[in-house]
Design a protein around this ligand. Structure first.
Ligand code: N2P
Length: 351
């Protein structure tokens, strides 16, 4: 009897050890990690969960509200993100600053699906550093029950009739950019008089502005708390789905259109995982889920074809080519950047 008990406990020990070993092996797989830095509200959360499930890679996921916030955090070092999703002009700046790794697109199997309109762009002319994620425009979302005038010019944001019913983007490039367009200037100008005029305009507008916001604008406009808001197109799509009184307009003076692309940060500790993540996000079924969840436009033609035909011709998602003629992409301001910083500081501190 005693002997049987001994054998039994021996077998038990072996079994426990085996389970522990298998557990360790499994644990090793779960130790694969990836640190991602993305815009707020810019992914379907289920997509992230599915990536972890499919690959066993644990994702540490943080968000930012503007390109400038992201840049400061990465530039200051110590954040050790592997992947980030900046916009065009910020990608140029990060390349210039040596903050990005080259991406071997031969390792991103789905890279071939990216449309040609989204490749060879000035911010990454040889497609060495970035893989397109989404694109869009800057425009005005407005509540048709509250706004009685036509919304076809940026001038409406200076109409005292809508005092304290206007939300502006708390993002220097965007708010200064649309003001420059309103005044008939390029949104990449380095001309001090033009920038000064834009600053003056924004200060003049301040008493009419209810708040400078970024992601919070969605809840506020959906709840009917404002009449007009400067927003990014996909956020407008998201809001319009939730509140049918909302509409989107792109003013006749022109606007900014932009590209947000996935990049791998210099010295990334998880380069292979970063490539896997970028490839996953570019897989048509996954890209479609993201597009449908966040409302932005896909650079993958195959994904666009899968969308509801109404969406495919919606101004907020896929505006017609003719409209682009007086639109501009932000470029890296380089030595002119301090001029924009000065304008923005003056606007923010003005009473
Ligand atoms: C979504 C952020 C949109 C990115 N909250 C604009 N480039």
């Amino acid at each position: 009897m005693k002997k049987t008990a001994k054998i039994m406990s021996l077998i038990l020990m072996v079994v426990i050890c085996a389970i522990a070993l298998v557990g360790c092996g499994g644990g090793k797989k779960a130790e694969r990690e990836l640190k991602v830095y993305n815009w707020g509200d810019y992914i379907d959360p289920d997509v992230l969960a599915d990536f972890e499930k499919e690959t066993g890679i644990h994702v540490i996921y943080d968000t930012f509200a503007t390109n400038e916030d992201m840049y400061v955090k990465i530039k200051s070092g110590g954040s050790d993100y592997d992947v980030a999703i900046p916009s065009d002009y910020m990608i140029s700046r990060m390349i210039r600053d040596g903050l990005l790794e080259k991406i071997d697109t031969s390792k991103i199997e789905n890279y071939k699906l990216i449309g040609k309109d989204y490749k060879d762009l000035p911010f990454d002319p040889k497609n060495e550093y970035s893989v397109p994620y989404m694109w869009g425009t800057v425009g005005i979302v407005y509540n048709t029950k509250m706004v009685t005038d036509p919304v076809d010019s940026w001038s409406i944001l200076w109409n005292p009739k809508y005092a304290k019913q206007i939300f502006m983007l708390d993002s220097p490039r965007d708010s200064i950019g649309i003001t420059l367009k309103y005044l008939g200037y390029s949104l990449n100008t380095g001309n001090e008089a033009e920038l000064e005029a834009a600053g003056k305009k924004l200060i003049e507008q301040k008493p009419l502005v209810l708040a400078y916001v970024v992601d919070e604008v969605k809840d506020k406009m959906i709840a009917g708390e404002g009449a007009l808001a400067v927003v990014w197109s996909g956020d407008a799509v998201f809001m319009m789905e939730k509140n049918p009184d909302l509409a989107y307009a792109i003013p006749k003076e022109g606007t900014n259109y932009w590209f947000d692309s996935m990049v791998i940060l210099k010295g990334a500790k998880h380069k292979a995982e970063a490539e896997e993540f970028i490839n996953f996000m570019t897989r048509p079924d996954i890209a479609k889920r993201n597009v449908e969840y966040i409302g932005y436009a896909s650079p993958i033609p195959e994904v666009v074809k899968m969308l509801d035909p109404e969406v495919q011709k919606d101004l907020a998602s896929y505006p017609p080519k003719e409209m682009f003629k007086n639109w501009e992409v932000f470029s890296d301001l380089s030595e002119n950047l301090p001029k924009y910083d000065k304008v923005w500081t003056e606007v923010k501190v003005a009473q």
